[in-house]
Each structure stands twice: as structure tokens, then as C-alpha cells.
Design a protein around this ligand. Structure first.
Ligand code: SF4
Length: 220
């Protein structure tokens, strides 16, 4: 994708949604961290359903620890990988209390010491909670960045680095939200909805998907 197209691409996304937000529900840095940790390989809708009840009874590291493993599992068992996520979340709560005064730290190095918190989770927390212009490359951003020619890369880290280099400064803060939403609702994995895509004129993907394209099914 040419530089001029990248600017136009983000100008359109920004005009349509000037203040994009995560679809995860949270009301504190700790709730955000817990929700993002739980969201790996799960939908935001599914996580919100569980955390609405969970955060009503436990929205601090100590309250979460007080639930105990079984208690916590009871709230999140509808979320994939809930057993390991419950274990990691409790270990994270313990570390937050022991090393960070019960607060969510605002540096990548510190965040990545927390069990269950990898680079992507740290990037989301740094961006959403602390306003840092990070790129949390999930499956949607990875696909959209490669398909459109915006920031091609073979791995999430390569795409993250390409995005940081290629996205104009003024769009860096919100770029990952715009790309997630584009990927989730328009530039979908199986059939990108090019016929109704606002950034089609600036995207390198060819041929664009027309409205009536039948889905390809694997040969039986
Ligand atoms: S035009 Fe099609 S491939 Fe390009 S971003 Fe839009 S939906 Fe995705």
C-alpha cells in the first residue's frame, strides 16, 4: 500500500469512528487487565458475559484471590481455556499485590512478568489504560495488515513492527482499534465484505470481493 493510500485509509476510518474503544467492558485498570487476559482465543462478547458477574463480586486483586481457584473458575467456565486462565489470573493477582502495590504497572517489562500476560495483552493494556501508541496484533489485525498491503509480515511481531513504522503518527494511538473493528465486521476472514468497505479504494487486495461471490467450500 502506498504512503498516500495509508494516510487516506486511516483518515476514512478516523472520520467514521473518531474515538474507537475496546469492546471489552471494564471500569478500572485491573478489570481491563483481567478482561484482556481472559480474552485470549475467546470473543469479547463471551468475556463480557462472564466478567459482568465476576467483577460485581471481585474487581480487585485481593477480592479475586479471595474467590479461590474453584470460585473463580465458576465465573469463567464459559470462556475457552478457563482453567489455565483462572490459574494465571490468580498468580497475576498475587504478584500485583506483592510487587506492585496492587496496581497494574505501566511498563511493558513489568506487565510481561505477569503470568498469562504476553506481548499482545501488554500492548492492549499499555494502549487502552495508559494511552501509549502500541499495536496489539491479534488475528484480525494480522489478516487485515497482510491482505490490504498495509503492513505485511509473516509473524504478529513483524506486522506490529511494520505497523509502527508505516502508520502515520497522528493515527498510531487508535490504529489498532480501527483495524480490529475493520477485520471483525468488514474485512472478515472467509469473505471480506469489499462491496461495502469504506477503505476499498486504498486497499491493495485484488480482486475485491463482489456482493454475489459464492463461498468456496472445500472439495468433498
Ligand atoms: S476492500 Fe476488501 S480486502 Fe480491502 S480492506 Fe476492505 S474488505 Fe478488506
Amino acid at each position: 500500500m502506498k504512503k498516500s493510500d495509508i494516510s487516506a485509509f486511516f483518515a476514512i476510518l478516523q472520520a467514521a469512528n473518531p474515538h474507537p474503544k475496546t469492546e471489552l467492558e471494564y471500569s478500572s485498570h485491573f478489570e481491563l487487565l483481567a478482561a484482556v487476559l481472559l480474552s485470549a482465543q475467546a470473543t469479547d462478547v463471551g468475556v463480557n458475559k462472564a466478567t459482568r458477574k465476576l467483577f460485581a463480586v471481585a474487581n480487585t486483586p485481593q477480592a479475586m484471590l479471595d474467590l479461590g481457584l474453584e470460585g473463580l473458575e465458576g465465573y469463567i467456565q464459559t470462556i475457552g481455556l478457563y482453567r489455565s486462565k483462572a490459574k494465571h489470573l490468580l498468580q497475576t493477582c498475587q504478584i500485583l499485590l506483592e510487587r506492585f502495590d496492587g496496581q497494574v504497572p505501566n511498563s511493558r517489562e513489568a506487565l510481561e512478568t505477569l503470568p498469562g500476560v504476553g506481548r499482545k495483552t501488554a500492548n492492549v493494556v499499555l494502549n487502552v489504560a495508559f494511552g501509549q501508541p502500541t499495536m496489539a496484533v491479534d488475528t484480525h489485525i494480522f489478516r487485515v495488515s497482510n491482505r490490504t498491503g498495509l503492513a505485511p509480515g509473516a509473524t504478529p511481531l513483524a506486522v506490529e513492527q511494520a505497523l509502527l513504522k508505516r502508520v502515520p503518527k497522528e493515527y498510531l494511538q487508535h490504529a489498532h482499534h480501527w483495524l480490529i473493528l475493520l477485520g471483525r465486521y468488514v474485512c472478515q476472514a472467509r469473505k471480506p465484505r469489499c462491496w461495502e468497505c469504506s477503505v476499498a479504494a486504498h486497499c491493495d487486495f485484488k480482486p475485491k470481493t463482489p456482493l454475489k461471490t459464492p463461498l468456496k467450500t472445500p472439495a468433498s
